[in-house]
Ligand binder design. Structure first.
Ligand SMILES: Cc1cc2nc3c(=O)[nH]c(=O)nc-3n(C[C@H](O)[C@H](O)[C@H](O)COP(=O)(O)OP(=O)(O)OC[C@H]3O[C@@H](n4cnc5c(N)ncnc54)[C@H](O)[C@@H]3O)c2cc1C
Length: 541
């Protein structure tokens, strides 16, 4: 492992900043060991540097991973036109930040202040080291994340100026927060506006994954780790829906839960470690091409060519306008009844918002497991939106109450949700009810608008895959003449797969999305002819 040395410059402070230290605390230094530098020497080139030499400059895109062997390098940026020194590093330090791997534009400048010698490792060679040497690779990536954090704490980049109530300001703020940038740089905003770089124009990826939620992230990790050239595209940020939750309590391997932000960050590290190209922010606007090459059109004006595609664009659950809703995401607010019962105690009161069949089924299911359920609907008649058989079953139960012409206005609790405030719209009076779970079932929008006409969708707009595709699809073009039926997660277009919440009939859970993302890669390999078909193990004996 890299040693803790005697560095004084903040170049080394990032790692500790990530451990929760205040921005200006004195932080331990981290340095590459001689052994590690020796390993990197095999991949790079040693060259002398003169005082005043600029190693990279704000606005540049792409640079080498630089290890300082002798001399000193200072990192600086500009705030309101004034130059600001951020960090200084000496022998054993490396000069690189997360943007080296994400290929974002730079928002800092590195200048040699004392002449010496550096080792410059091209990014492609660094990627190889990262995937071959787990210890060093993980440490370098963690240090890069830590430096990003450290730079955020020093407010590098621009301020977003705008009205709190403006949707445009809120969109930019969400982009900044979801990408863990408190003050995004010019380059970030330029990319957010669709200006900036896209994927390499001259490359055909083995697989392009659209959507970097749990399904897309898992697909990217499995794709890149199996040696497929992999591009991962997202309109907003890595993490998808799960990146917006304060805590996931039911994900295997995290007994005390994990925050959505940490889940996204850990997954990003894995994706980058295996060398997938991450293209964001970029929204897919169309899909064209045929089974030999698919073209994904992006809102940046660029396009991406790939031999196969995994659609993992997920859904957006419709929300209700209630104070505190986002605060209790994953802490009592659910957009599906699945898992609610596992996370609360028998008898705990549950409030369901919505008057559709999903609300009716959820109410019966939860009441059947011992919970007191109240359904809150804005309308005055369930028959407008719910099937008769569900209405009848609800009517026969004393443990389900329906509050008509009512809306949930606010949520409250200390650690988790404890109560909700409900307004009766007829009398304009409000009551506070105990509730440990609020299940919001007012519909979801699948992100399939960009796929219009290219793959078959079900009535709700979700992507149909595998067995869901009827004979009409399987016995017509482009499937006629093929020696196989669509794979389990394959869409009506050969070589185009779907995984996670976007898939028709999907379970709408993070673990299911991760599972489907990884399985989809197996089918991609089959489609590309990198694997023999699935074999059934022969019985032994
Ligand atoms: C508040 C909340 C709490 C939750 N808590 C839990 C929990 O505790 N446990 C659990 O198992 N599940 C939980 N879930 C459900 C879980 O988050 C989802 O099932 C899971 O995120 C689905 O993953 P996905 O990759 O299929 O899609 P998503 O997570 O929806 O990701 C889709 C991604 O695609 C991107 N995208 C969309 N359209 C485009 C486009 N045209 N171009 C490029 N990118 C695009 C989006 O920006 C997004 O990042 C929760 C969901 C919510 C909303």
């Amino acid at each position: 492992m890299p040693s803790e040395g005697g560095l004084t410059g903040p170049l080394s402070e990032g790692a500790a900043a990530n451990q929760g230290h205040p921005p200006d605390a004195a932080l331990p230094a981290l340095r590459l060991t001689e052994e590690q530098i020796g390993l990197l020497r095999r991949e790079g080139e040693v060259r002398p540097v003169a005082a005043g030499e600029v190693l990279f400059r704000e606005g540049d895109q792409g640079y080498d991973f630089i290890v300082i062997l002798a001399g000193q390098v200072v990192i600086m940026d500009h705030q309101a036109g004034a130059e600001r020194e951020l960090a200084a590093g000496g022998p054993g330090d490396f000069v690189a930040e997360l943007n080296l791997l994400t290929r974002e534009r730079l928002f800092t400048t590195a200048v040699v202040t004392e002449p010496g010698e550096v080792l410059a490792v091209p990014v492609a060679r660094l990627q190889a080291v990262i995937s071959q040497d787990q210890g060093l690779g993980q440490w370098i990536i963690r240090a890069m994340f830590a430096r990003r954090q450290w730079l955020m704490e020093r407010q590098t980049g621009l301020r977003i100026v705008g009205s709190r109530s403006s949707p445009q300001t809120r969109r930019l703020l969400e982009f900044a927060v979801r990408n863990r940038l408190r003050q995004p740089s010019n380059a970030d905003l330029a990319r957010a506006a669709g200006v900036g770089t896209g994927p390499p124009a001259d490359m055909t990826y083995d697989v392009a994954i659209i959507g970097a939620g749990p399904a897309g992230l898992a697909a990217a990790v499995y794709g890149a780790s199996e040696g497929l050239s992999t591009a991962l595209v997202d309109a907003m940020a890595v993490g998808g829906q799960i990146g917006t939750t304060s805590r996931i309590e039911n994900y295997l391997g995290f007994p005390v839960g994990i925050s959505g932000g940490e889940f996204a960050e850990r997954a990003s590290i894995q994706v980058l470690r295996f060398g997938a190209s991450v293209v964001l922010p970029a929204t897919a606007t169309g899909l064209s091409g045929d089974a030999t090459a698919r073209v994904i059109h992006l809102d940046t004006g660029a396009s991406l060519t790939a031999s196969s595609v995994i659609i993992a664009t997920g859904v957006t659950y419709r929300k209700i306008d209630a104070a505190g809703l986002d605060r209790f995401g994953g802490l009592g607010v659910y957009y599906s009844p699945l898992g609610v019962h596992d996370e609360i105690h028998p008898g705990d009161p549950v409030v369901i918002v919505g008057g559709g069949n999903s609300a009716g089924q959820a109410a019966i299911w939860l009441a059947g497991r011992g919970h007191r359920v109240t359904i809150v609907i804005r309308g005055t008649d369930l028959a407008e939106s719910m099937s008769r058989y569900l209405i009848d079953r609800i009517a026969g139960r004393a443990d389900i109450e329906i509050r008509y012409h009512s809306v949930v206005r606010a949520l409250d609790g200390s650690q988790r949700l404890e109560r909700v405030e409900v307004e009766d719209l007829t009398t304009a009076t409000r009551e506070t009810w105990p509730a440990v779970a609020l299940v919001v079932l007012v519909g979801a929008e699948p992100h399939t608008g960009w796929l219009a006409g290219s793959v078959l969708l079900d009535d709700g707009g979700y992507v149909i895959t595998g067995p869901g595709l009827g004979p009409d699809t399987r016995y017509s073009s482009p499937w006629t003449g093929r020696q196989r039926d669509p794979y389990l997660l394959e869409t009506s277009a050969p070589g185009v797969f779907a995984a996670g919440d976007i898939r028709s009939g999907s379970v709408k859970r993070a673990a299911a999305a991760v599972g489907e993302g990884s399985i989809a890669v197996r089918f991609v390999s089959e489609h590309l002819g990198r694997r023999a078909g699935f074999a059934t193990p022969a019985p032994s004996g």
